[in-house]
Design a protein around this ligand. Sequence first.
Ligand SMILES: NC(=O)c1ccc[n+]([C@@H]2O[C@H](COP(=O)([O-])OP(=O)(O)OC[C@H]3O[C@@H](n4cnc5c(N)ncnc54)[C@H](OP(=O)(O)O)[C@@H]3O)[C@@H](O)[C@H]2O)c1
Length: 246
Amino acid sequence: MNVLITGCNRGLGLGLVQRFAELSNSPKNIFATCRNMEKAKELQDLRAKHSNIHILEIDLQNFDSYKNLIKHVGDVVKNDGINLLINNAGVGPKTKTLDELEYEDLRDVLTTNTIMPIMFTKACLPLLRKASKANQNKKMGIERAAIINISSIRGSIASNTDGAKYPYRTSKAGLNAATKSMSIDLSPDKILCVSIHPGWVRTDVGGKDAPLDVTTSTMNILSTLLTFNESHNGGFFRYDGGNLPW
Ligand SMILES: NC(=O)c1ccc[n+]([C@@H]2O[C@H](COP(=O)([O-])OP(=O)(O)OC[C@H]3O[C@@H](n4cnc5c(N)ncnc54)[C@H](OP(=O)(O)O)[C@@H]3O)[C@@H](O)[C@H]2O)c1
């Protein structure tokens, strides 16, 4: 199994890499992206302990750079492809009322939380399709081929009872819309696609008052991912597997 996770130098991305690396049947390759190798000391320490971790330095806002990264990953995985893509890199909510809102806030958050994961998924498609084809005997799930979009309950329109947070809410609602379309479009390829809310977690995005730590959230996410099958395709789930309304 080959896994690719974005935004792995800190927070949930780093936690996810750690959880996968610690599995007794750890993936053959764990590709972990970061923007700046110099700011990825913990990730580098983790790689020193687990030789299946590959750190990829990439600015995901530089859409032209995806081609090189995919070529590099493709050369390592060959016909095995990528089984699991986790679009995790993202920015958090800033409290913005409509009166306070600036165009730049919307543009930047939507670029990072919505456009980036959609375009990165597009770039990864040939590798995901390869993995799905190479595992034709397996049912739909992360061991065959899957895209996991790390979304947020703030992207749930049905759960929005307190308004505001325009950039963050619209960016994650947009990502959720993409999850749904991908789940339909990629269903013939047997590539599963779901959105996950990681819980409210103590990271830069979640802040220090959040009730969950990274280990608890990522352990739960991993257990939940392992349960996914065709019936979960196109769904929105909490870190612990509970259903969320769109
Ligand atoms: N923590 C929560 O309570 C919570 C709740 C719901 C959803 N989420 C989602 O969970 C995901 C991970 O967040 P986190 O809580 O782990 O926060 P975090 O500790 O702030 O980590 C965010 C990660 O995303 C990367 N990133 C941010 N902007 C980027 C960009 N433009 N290009 C490439 N990478 C970028 C960061 O890299 P740099 O270090 O280079 O900035 C970092 O690796 C996000 O999508 C977030 O929206 C978190």
